[in-house]
Design a protein around this ligand. Structure first.
Ligand code: ATP
Length: 294
């Protein structure tokens, strides 16, 4: 989770217009300073809304100065499909997903969306097509409205409320004396873990990207909250190309396709039923030690 956290802040604060307020602005500056070498090519073009057909072809990658993590990775995800990445810790699931918004660039091969190399797109337009939800929600000191509208300060109240409703945050907002204008954060109202998750989901509903990355780290939420959040997440995934770094059996079993990642490669892929039916599959072995866990 930690590995992914930094870049996500960056995607929100730098790529979309950074939020109003001191906290938001300070973060924005911090991320500018930690910005790695990813930049627009001189001839990069902005893309409009993508369909979300994703293809990794011969993709290779290693973190700076380190050993190769991904080698000759081939992977394709059709528009609208939900793919769950499973596999042992350190196998490369997070790395595979973080190449898509170009937190890092491949060193070999290509990644295309709708047939266009993602390095030929402007970062801003690429990232405006991708929503990311992870366990560590990044909120800044400000109102609920600003936090939902994060980076889309032009969003209308109607759209913000609709997003809140779809994320089932509307009852929480209605119960607060100042509603959408309630200040959250250190000086304001403290949100529970589940409420923060809902806020993050509302943010993505408002953004409405065709591509979604879900980092489903094992959670500290209680089972009931967890289930409600899961429900919102599956609604969020509807109609979007979704890559899930999956840890929950329910998510995995419901995915259109499961990719078993091992040592930076896709070792097996198929539906839950396909993989279970394969005698002696890695997938079966992964499931054996813990039914619900990682
Ligand atoms: P987990 O299920 O534990 O999150 P994962 O399958 O998502 O694991 P990655 O996080 O992609 O695996 O890690 C793949 C490899 O890359 C690991 O060996 C990890 O130590 C290494 N790695 C990940 N992030 C970085 C980084 N920022 N710098 C250097 N090495 C990294």
């Amino acid at each position: 989770v930690g590995v992914f956290f930094r870049p996500i802040d960056k995607i929100n604060s730098v790529i979309e217009t950074y939020p109003k307020g001191i906290a938001g602005f300070q973060r924005y500056q911090q991320f500018l300073q930690t910005e790695p070498d990813i930049a627009d090519r001189a001839d990069a073009v902005p893309v409009d809304r993508l369909r979300g057909d994703i293809v990794y072809r011969g993709a290779g990658f290693g973190y700076q100065g380190g050993r190769p993590i991904l080698r000759d990775l081939d992977l394709s995800v059709r528009a609208g499909e939900t793919v769950a990445f499973v596999g042992p810790s350190g196998a490369g699931k997070t790395t595979i997903c973080s190449l898509l918004p170009r937190f890092y660039d491949v060193t070999e091969g290509t990644i295309t969306i709708d047939g266009i190399d993602i390095r030929d797109m402007t970062l801003r337009s690429l990232r405006s097509n991708i929503g990311i939800v992870q366990q560590d929600v990044f909120l800044f000191a400000g109102t609920i409205r600003e936090n939902i509208a994060y980076g889309r300060l032009w969003a209308s109240e109607t759209d913000i409320l609709a997003a809140a409703r779809r994320a089932r945050l509307d009852a929480v907002i209605a119960a607060l004396p100042e509603g959408l204008d309630t200040v959250i954060g250190e000086r304001g109202v403290k949100l529970s873990g589940g409420q923060k998750q809902r806020l993050a989901i509302a943010r993505i509903f408002l953004k409405n990207p065709p591509i979604l990355i879900l980092d489903e780290a094992t959670s500290a939420l209680d089972t009931e909250t967890e289930r409600a959040i899961q429900q919102s997440l599956s609604e969020l995934a509807e109609g979007r190309t979704t890559l899930v770094i999956a840890h929950r059996l329910a998510t995995i079993a419901n995915a259109d396709r499961i990719m078993v990642v091992e040592d930076g490669r896709i070792a097996e892929q198929g539906t839950h039923a396909d993989l279970l039916a394969m005698p002696d599959s890695r997938y079966r072995r992964l499931q054996a030690p813990s039914a619900e866990g990682a």
